[in-house]
Design a protein around this ligand. Structure first.
Ligand code: NDP
Ligand code: MG
Length: 382
């Protein structure tokens, strides 16, 4: 078996660290399976150096600071471009947080390497562009977001022609059993404390407002070319069923696994091969599985995502940008938790029924939505 050369983008984050942990575990069982030949971080030099010192073959890139150590190979504006362009890797894991992840995805695809994609913002903001680039370069894009990785397995095995409905599940986050009065008063640290998954701060807060599921609704629609009306979201507190598909005869097929991101990461890193993963599979004995519909009044980020998806590409970009701005303001205690959907609703009401043609067009919509969100946040704070 040939060693697969891997780039880990966002190596200091939750996805990046779990990718490195999976590779170390896989190599300890089967030496030479993977080699980490590059890793990036934005500003956490200490953690990047610690990881790089354990992976001596890895070149390093620091995107948010100028060079601070001889062990950093590339830094500043073109750091990712050089790391990706000069690496000759087989596959890159994109675990960069937020909208900056889109440019990294485009660089990976332009270089013709496969992309294990955790950065859902890449799909929400720029799927048409990335898909066209991948058709040209021959890159395979493998979703890592757990629900979409589950759909990748289900759709790959069942075939898309007989599928009439997709379901993605949500744990419901820390506030799934709370009422409106409670939600208005929550503090940032409460919102960031996810009951099941240990993730970065932004995605954790998005999981509490269900904005994460809103982004994932758009992600599922783009990846699997299914209309918004054919995608269902169910609250499933146990987080064991990640996705389901319904076929034309009414049957439902589910994907179940323990809630552990190393599983979708391991599958994506091994693709197109199927290898045994170094973790025990799920044992259902003694477990119960519950499902219910989310409450759209308590979690308006879901109906707003549906609205954005129906409106078009620029609206999805605006939904993401407005949410990023609003979450930042909430995390700085400038606005309340339930102001997040208010900001996004007001931004979306400005009308975004436009296609997004290229990278600069995408970032123009992003900047316009962000600026509108900042103005609305300033009004709320007044
Ligand atoms: P984290 O916040 O834990 O990590 C983010 C990583 O991105 C860090 O390495 C950070 O570097 C780097 N980064 C931050 N800003 C920039 C920037 N402007 N340019 C380049 N790199 C940057 O996030 P997560 O790992 O939780 O999430 C990463 C992505 O994966 C998100 O899109 C998220 O939605 C998605 N995802 C995450 C899951 C999870 O379980 N965590 C599950 C499914 C999807 P530094 O540390 O130096 O700041
Ligand atoms: Mg997910």
């Amino acid at each position: 078996m040939r060693t697969k050369n891997i780039l880990v983008l966002g190596a200091t984050g939750s996805i990046g660290r779990q990718t490195i942990a999976f590779i170390d575990e896989a190599n300890s069982r089967c030496p030479g399976s993977f080699s980490i030949i590059g890793m990036s971080a934005h500003s956490d030099v200490k953690m990047l150096l610690a990881a790089a010192n354990l992976h001596m073959d890895a070149k390093t890139a620091l995107t948010g600071l100028s060079s601070v150590s001889e062990r950093i190979d590339f830094s500043g504006q073109n750091a990712l471009e050089r790391l990706i362009g000069e690496s000759g890797a087989d596959l890159a894991v994109n675990g960069i947080a937020g909208s900056p992840g889109l440019k990294a995805s485009a660089l990976v695809i332009a270089a013709g390497m496969d992309l294990a994609l955790a950065n859902k913002e890449s799909v929400v903001m720029g799927w048409a562009l990335l898909e066209a680039m991948a058709a040209h370069s021959g890159s395979k894009i493998i979703p890592v977001d757990s629900e979409h990785a589950a759909l990748f397995q289900l759709v790959g095995r069942i075939g898309s022609s007989s599928i009439v409905e997709l379901t993605i599940t949500a744990s419901g986050g820390p506030f799934r059993d709370r009422d409106m009065e409670y939600l208005w008063k929550v503090k940032p640290d409460e919102a960031a404390a996810h009951p099941v998954w240990r993730m970065g701060r932004k995605i954790s807060i998005d999981s509490a407002s269900l904005a994460n599921k809103g982004l994932e609704l758009i992600e599922a629609s783009r990846l699997y070319k299914v209309d918004e009306s054919q995608i269902r979201i169910l609250i499933h507190p146990q987080s064991l069923v990640h996705a389901l598909v319904r076929t034309i005869d009414g049957s439902l097929y589910a994907h179940l696994s323990p809630p552990d991101m190393r599983i979708p990461l391991g599958i994506a890193l091994s693709w197109p091969e199927e290898r045994p993963l170094p973790f025990p599979g799920l044992d259902l004995a003694g477990k119960s599985l519950e499902f219910r519909d989310p409450d759209p009044l308590l979690f308006p980020m879901l109906p707003l995502a549906r609205q954005a998806l129906r409106e078009g590409e620029a609206a999805a970009i605006a939904y993401n940008a407005a949410d990023e701005a609003a979450v930042e303001a909430f995390d700085a205690s400038r606005i309340g938790f339930m102001d997040i959907p208010l900001v996004v609703e007001k931004v979306l009401s400005r009308g975004w029924a436009y296609p997004a043609r290229d990278m600069s067009g995408i970032f123009e919509f992003d900047a316009a939505a962000r600026s509108a969100a900042h103005n609305i946040i300033a009004e709320i704070c007044r």
